[in-house]
Design a binder for this molecule. Structure first.
Ligand code: 6R9
Length: 648
């Protein structure tokens, strides 16, 4: 924690949409009369049929229902493209920077229109219709954005699966939402290394058994050799040659599904978070404008992958809804050198830069020189997202990257929230390193104690949101019961975020991290249950328990306690085998950092694993194990402590 405060820089006070006074007034209006507030804000996008009903939402246990602008009719692709053509046809919509610094593309709004229409026609020719689910398994190339917008244009529902997930994970996500069409590329390219995307799709489809995928559309990226299944697989460039660049945008109701995005929770398989059309776009657009203080002509860069929600809301939908120029980067921060981010900033004159603390910490380890040898004079604003940013990393980002000139917006939000909920506004908010500061318009955060009682003033507890906002997820795809259970049953009548949080005397929020069984590894969410079930699927493993532990770069690392089958001897080799196994089962982001072989796990007499104890051991806090009297066999704790793995 740090008690430093950074005032709004003078030039920011001049240029920003809102100063502190304006923020306060607008915030008060937004929570005093949400109906009136959002009735107005809803007009920031264009509607084919105007809405008359603004907010129809209930957090009542058993009857959770969330609808915004429900009788309005619009289309997201039309709002992100066609609407801008009269004034922005020749303005660059997407700057693409390839993995290799010699590769780049500039795509104007007119070109975006033509590309998206062609992609939509290719999908239409493969019988994709309104409401159909389409899975995308793509590298960071413009065609990924074209495909998302093409789905939206047809009223089809995209489900983007991060290209780092394994064939198994991909198969599960194709099955869960019943996609008949998959869009992929021959190979991805990251840090000079190839990722076999099409081969992974083939392997995923082979695992699907009787679930059929009718079509696989393959974009050529590297030109690497791939297997093409006749009748099923088609090259995008060949199919696109046969269609026109004209395709009407389908009018859809405000609550028509826009996309599904799978995310890890504390139990079971990843959930299909469902977002819909009108409210989502209004919220993504509004937050993008105010949080990043986006003005016409600004060059904006969010380094996320489109496989995550940040890529959906703040590379594609928010910026394009605002007619912005959004930069899309295929590569990684340290290729070909540790200066890459800043070289890209200089090359494209980036004004607004949005990244994750894990990237900042990794770059910080490389020292100042790779940063300071670049100019970065175009930078005006920095952003952070994905996990708590420690004050040291914040200070470095501010001092070295931003030359003490650029405010940092530390934006707290989730896949479920669709857009940013707690954040500074650069012209309005005094910054405290490590704090996400104050709620965005229409957001009513509360800190509750273990019994769910709202706490007043300065306090620490669990973070809930008391009322709906337009960008909120609507349901878990195909399982509304699970939606209600997961988010609205812990504190009935309130949306439970899963995060712990502190509020200080100035009303600033400090997110302290997950309070459930979700680990945040490099800003990527991983359910401990998912990693455990991958481990126990290994023939030599009898039982596994997985917890998070503090990791210098990744924020949290994955610590796995593994009990082997009788007769199997622990070895260094087996340890490596298990790590590789998990990578293959889920994907590299799920690789355990540490594996400890444990003859026994601490369990209650009823057989429940006491993760609290395992967490303390992984965190090095042996002195503070809490009550161990309910353990069936207290001796296992001693053994676990003496065989604790060393941290990197
Ligand atoms: C957008 C995104 C959500 C979880 C969330 C929280 C953590 C995100 C944060 C942050 C502290 C921030 N988180 N932003 N914690 N400060 N600025 O990351 O969505 O992948 O669903 O993760 O990430 O724990 O609950 P998602």
């Amino acid at each position: 924690m740090s008690d430093k405060i950074y005032d709004v820089p003078a030039e920011w006070a001049k240029r920003a949409f809102l100063d502190d006074h304006a923020y306060q007034a607008k915030y008060e209006a937004s929570v005093r009369d949400p109906e009136a507030f959002w009735a107005d804000e809803g007009k920031r996008i264009e509607w084919f049929e105007p809405y008359t009903v603004v907010k129809n939402t209930s957090f009542d246990p058993g009857h959770v229902s969330i609808k915004w602008f429900e009788d309005g009719v619009t289309n997201v692709s039309w709002n992100c493209i066609d609407r801008h053509l009269p004034t922005r046809a020749d303005q660059v919509a997407i700057i693409w920077e390839g993995d290799d610094p010699s590769e780049q593309r500039h795509i104007t709004y007119q070109e975006l229109h033509d590309e998206v229409c062609r992609f939509a026609n290719v999908l239409r020719n493969r019988n994709v219709e309104k409401g159909d689910r389409v899975t995308l398994y793509m590298p960071m190339i413009p065609e990924a954005a074209f495909a998302m917008l093409a789905c939206a244009r047809l009223g089809a529902v995209h489900s983007v699966v991060f290209g780092g997930f394994s064939p198994d994970s991909l198969a599960g996500r194709i099955r869960d939402c019943g996609s008949k069409v998959v869009i992929t590329a021959d190979e991805g390219l990251r840090g000079g290394r190839k990722v076999p995307l099409k081969a992974n799709v083939d392997a995923a489809i082979a695992k699907l058994g009787d679930v059929e995928v009718d079509h696989v559309v393959v974009v050529r990226r590297t030109g690497g050799a791939v297997n093409m299944e006749p009748g099923r697989d088609v090259w995008y460039h060949e199919a696109a040659d046969l269609v026109t660049s004209h395709c009407p945008a389908a009018p859809v109701e405000a609550e028509h599904p826009l996309f599904i995005l799978y995310t890890s929770g504390s139990t079971g398989l990843p959930k299909g978070v469902l977002h819909t059309t009108g409210g989502y776009l209004v919220y993504a657009s509004m937050t993008h404008q105010y949080v990043f203080d986006y003005h016409d002509g600004d060059i904006y860069w969010c380094t996320a992958d489109i496989g995550w929600v940040t890529g959906h809301s703040y590379i594609v939908y928010g910026p394009l809804a605002n007619g912005a120029t959004t930069l899309m980067f295929e590569g990684v921060p340290n290729y070909p050198s540790a200066s890459r981010f800043w070289e890209v900033v200089d090359k494209h004159k980036v004004n607004i830069f949005y990244t994750a603390p894990t990237a900042i910490r990794a770059l910080m380890q490389g020292g100042d020189a790779p940063v300071t040898k670049t100019s970065r004079a175009s930078l005006r604003l920095l952003g952070s997202v994905g996990e708590p940013i420690n004050p040291e990393a914040w200070e470095w980002y501010h001092r070295v990257v931003g030359d003490e000139r650029c405010p940092i917006v530390d934006t707290w939000w989730q896949t479920e929230t669709g857009g940013i909920l707690i954040t500074p506004l650069p012209g309005a908010t005094r910054l405290k390193p490590g704090s996400a500061t104050r709620p965005f318009f229409g957001v009513v955060p509360e800190v509750v104690d273990a019994e769910g009682r709202p706490m007043e003033g300065a306090c620490e507890g669990n973070l809930v949101i008391a009322d709906s906002w337009p960008g909120q997820m609507r349901t878990v795809y195909g399982d509304h019961e699970r939606f209600m259970q997961t988010y609205f049953s812990t504190y009935p009548g309130k949306y439970f975020t899963g995060d712990g949080c502190r509020r200080d005397a100035d009303g600033y929020y400090w997110i302290t991290g997950r309070v459930d069984d979700v680990i945040n590894v490099s800003g990527h969410r991983m359910g401990t249950a998912e990693v455990e079930s991958a481990l126990v699927a290994h023939p030599k493993v009898s039982e596994a328990a997985v917890v998070g532990y503090p990791h210098d770069i990744k924020g949290q690392g994955i610590y796995a306690y593994v009990t082997l089958m009788a007769g199997v001897e622990p070895s260094e080799e087996l340890r490596k085998e298990l790590v590789t196994w998990v990578r293959q089962e889920i994907g590299p982001i799920a690789s355990p950092d540490l594996v400890q072989f444990a003859p026994g796990l601490p369990k209650t007499r009823s057989g429940k694993i006491m993760r609290r104890i395992l967490r303390k051991i992984a965190e090095d806090e042996f002195g503070n194990l809490g009550d161990t009297s309910t353990l069936a066999d207290p001796n296992v704790v001693e053994d676990l402590i003496s065989h604790r793995q060393n941290k990197k």
